[in-house]
Design a protein around this ligand. Structure first.
Ligand SMILES: Cc1cc2nc3c(=O)[nH]c(=O)nc-3n(C[C@H](O)[C@H](O)[C@H](O)COP(=O)(O)OP(=O)(O)OC[C@H]3O[C@@H](n4cnc5c(N)ncnc54)[C@H](O)[C@@H]3O)c2cc1C
Length: 368
């Protein structure tokens, strides 16, 4: 009999792992959305929503050999996962091996949604584009990669549009090398994007992460910024509330799951945790998650054959590698040891032209 594997979350960790295992095991994926979305495409989808036809794929198409249950994991215990659907209906899912890969949530579901259908997701991008097209003054709260990439898309699509980025830290792109931040700052300023660093918005932020009502935001130092559209790009907190009842002692202070080198949840021998929810000390990026998925796949195959999990994962601590786009033609790449690369040809090929959509479609066995 094939081992039963339950994978919670169909994002960069869950979907790729399910795709690799579903030929050989009885795989069930559980997620509250009926689609797989390449997260890197999100900034592009805000200005080119038609790209959603490639970047957002129904689960049935992305994972044809896995069983799919649409629902949210609301409580996890040794007895299994309690799943809740959109109408409040509940059921239990049990498995021989469980994988938790429920990712992060951000300041607004427009960044990474964990509810709704594929039609709603695609329609949301068309609405956002219409709102952006008619907004004269756009305020972006948060100067991390997401806020910076969105700014890059906006100024490429509507050159001269008034865009302000407010960043509480001393520099934008704090997660990567300082030179990348300097280059991105120059690029944006040359295109008249206003960057307010070391500033924090004090006025309440919109609950769903964006506001299309014109308003005025006030910073802690008293600056006032008028806007027609505000986008909050602050993130990401781990989706791990379902562990609070039975496994709160396995969470660190940030709510991330403590994992062993084999990527098992600490203290458990049949529950893996992967991706953004783990306490691994590395930038939360798909780039690193690919290595985690390979380790988990090898360990699951060994366990299903009655062996001990043989592979271990070493966190990419201090690896600040990152490619940040500034529209479809430009960007910055920070590579450890080499430093910041500014070749527009390279950034276009590595990320900006396609936002990695063909790469991840290929990983799921879909036409690129
Ligand atoms: C806009 C953006 C751009 C990015 N760009 C890059 C980049 O260029 N390079 C890079 O390496 N990384 C990038 N990242 C980071 C990368 O996307 C994440 O690190 C990665 O997606 C995390 O993978 P994951 O599987 O842990 O979570 P996710 O991919 O977020 O998937 C989580 C899954 O869990 C589901 N889920 C949530 N809650 C529950 C629940 N309670 N029960 C069941 N399912 C649940 C969600 O619906 C989703 O299917 C970017 C992220 C964003 C948001």
């Amino acid at each position: 009999m094939k081992s039963k594997i339950a994978i919670y979350g169909t994002g960069m960790a869950g979907a790729v792992l399910a795709s690799r295992l579903s030929d050989d095991f009885d795989v069930t994926v559980i997620a509250p959305t009926d689609y797989f979305e390449v997260p890197m495409a999100m900034p592009r989808l805000m200005v080119r929503p038609e790209y959603g036809e490639e970047a957002i794929v129904p689960i049935a198409e992305a994972l044809p050999k896995a069983q799919y249950i649409r629902g949210r994991l609301v409580e996890f215990s040794r007895a299994g996962g309690r799943i809740e659907d959109d109408h409040g209906g509940q059921r239990m899912v049990t498995a021989d091996i469980t994988v938790l890969a429920t990712g992060s949530r951000f300041s607004g579901p427009f960044i990474r949604s964990s509810s709704g259908s594929i039609e709603e997701r695609k329609a949301g991008f068309y609405q956002l584009r219409a709102s952006l097209a008619s907004a004269r003054r756009i305020l972006i709260v948060g100067g991390g990669p997401v806020g910076v990439e969105i700014a890059g898309e906006i100024i490429e699509t509507w050159p001269g549009r008034s865009v302000t980025i407010v960043q509480s830290g001393a520099r934008i792109l704090a997660e990567t090398g300082g030179t990348a931040s300097v280059l991105a700052t120059k690029f944006l300023r040359r295109r008249r994007v206003k960057l307010l660093t070391g500033e924090r918005i004090e006025t309440p932020l919109p609950p769903n992460g964006y506001s299309v009502e014109p308003g005025q935001a006030r910073t802690a130092s008293g600056k006032r910024i008028g806007y027609d559209l505000m986008l909050c790009c602050i993130g990401g907190r781990p989706n791990t509330e379902y562990l609070l009842t039975h496994f709160s002692d396995r969470l660190d202070a940030d709510g991330r799951v403590r994992v062993t080198p084999q990527l098992l949840m600490e203290g458990e021998n049949d529950v893996f945790a992967l991706g953004d929810i783990t306490d691994l000390k590395e930038n939360k990026m798909a780039l690193h998650i690919a290595g985690q998925v390979s380790v988990a796949e090898a360990n699951i195959r060994a366990m299903a054959a009655g062996r001990k999990p043989p592979k271990t994962y070493t966190a990419k601590t201090g690896n600040l590698m990152m490619a940040v786009t500034l529209g479809s033609q430009a960007g910055v790449i920070f590579a450890p040891l080499i430093g910041t690369l500014r070749s527009t040809w390279l950034i276009r090929k590595v990320k900006a032209e396609t936002m990695l959509v063909p790469k991840y479609r290929k990983q799921l066995g879909l036409p690129a």
